[in-house]
Design a protein around this ligand. Structure first.
Ligand code: TXA
Ligand code: MG
Length: 315
């Protein structure tokens, strides 16, 4: 496959939709990160997603839909899930709920689980693509499994360009970390499976305190494996400064003005948007170890620290 990077205009979106309907894959922009998209109702397309990412088939994919109305045809959404969807869709929230047995979403998309993960992305290109295909799109982040998520079309193409018919380029992703993933069970219990681009506090303003995933048994969100989002370099976190042989990733107004900085003004939204691209840049600069400044744990800082600690985990 060619996997050409093309500007995401309406002509390119039509070509991408045709490829998706043939069972091929496409790299699409979303407001969080670039996704590796395939027809969620086509098990062959979904199998290609797992294979080209090198992703284990026990780790289910998010199905992207236009909005709440579509979502209701695929999942049983309790009132708390509907309130969340009304508050945050289209946007960077993924809702995991009981899958309707008559949903056309392939079982493989959900890794055979009784639940389905749904998100209505806000990005106009993603919305246009879903509408043009007329089916939900399965789309994990467009990186090889265990690598950094892509926030630029080139980054996605480097990892997965060979696996797709087309790379739709819409510039840098605005948010830069993946969606927040919550599960809502039939009793209305809401669990934060993955901290992400919508802060815990913002979600809690709608549905009250969020439970954390149970640490026993199997991981409830199989994607939350310890070593994930890994650059080639090692990471040292909460570092006040770089030691000999390290490159520094700064945050805020620091004593290291020459270092790459996630946000000089200490803004967590800006830091989230820069996180993966800066880690990729320091990795490409040949660092053996990246020393990362402390990042506050509030708001989007929870998702940033989550991704950093996974990237720093032993492999
Ligand atoms: O922002 C995003 O969410 C991006 C863009 C492309 O939409 N997508 C993304 O997908 O990050 P992925 O596959 O990298 O992460 C999906 C997460 C994984 O942690 C997976 O385990 C979890 O959602 N997940 C999906 N279906 C699930 C289910 N039925 N039950 C529990 N967790 C599920
Ligand atoms: Mg991912």
């Amino acid at each position: 496959m060619t996997g050409d990077i093309v500007r995401a205009d309406s002509n390119a979106i039509d070509r991408a939709a045709a490829a998706l309907l043939r069972g091929e894959l496409v790299i699409m922009p979303t407001e969080t990160v670039y996704g590796l998209a395939g027809d969620a109702t086509n098990p062959n397309a979904v199998a290609r997603i797992y294979a080209s990412k090198g992703r284990p088939q026990f780790n289910p994919l998010i199905s992207h839909v236009r909005g709440l109305e579509d979502a209701l045809t695929h999942a049983v959404l309790p009132p708390a899930a509907i309130r969340l969807a009304e508050a945050f869709w289209p946007g960077a929230l993924t809702i995991v709920a009981r899958r309707r047995t008559n949903s056309p979403i392939a079982e493989l998309t959900c890794a055979g689980l009784a639940s389905v993960a749904l998100r209505a992305p806000a990005h106009p290109v993603a919305q246009a693509l879903i509408s043009a295909v007329g089916r939900p799109l399965a789309a994990p982040s467009a990186n090889r499994s265990g690598r950094l998520s892509p926030t630029l079309a080139q980054h996605a193409a480097e990892d997965l360009g060979d696996a797709v018919a087309l790379v739709l380029d819409a510039g840098p992703c605005g948010m830069g970390v993946e969606s927040s993933v919550v599960s809502v069970d039939d009793d209305g219990h809401v669990v934060l499976l993955r901290p992400g681009a919508i802060a815990r506090e913002t979600l809690e303003a709608i549905v009250g305190p969020l439970a954390d995933p149970r640490q026993d048994a199997a991981p409830s969100s199989p994607g939350m494996l310890a070593s994930h989002y890994a650059p080639r370099a090692r990471l040292r976190l909460d570092a006040a400064e770089a030691r000999e042989g390290e490159l520094y990733l700064a945050f805020g107004d620091t004593a290291a003005p020459e270092a790459l900085n996630l946000s000089r003004r200490g803004d967590l939204t800006e830091a989230a948007a820069n996180l993966f691209a800066h880690l990729r840049a320091l990795d490409a600069a040949g660092a053996d170890c990246i020393a990362v400044a402390p990042i506050p744990r509030t708001g989007l800082g929870e998702a940033i620290n989550d991704r950093l600690s996974r990237a720093a985990a032993p492999r």
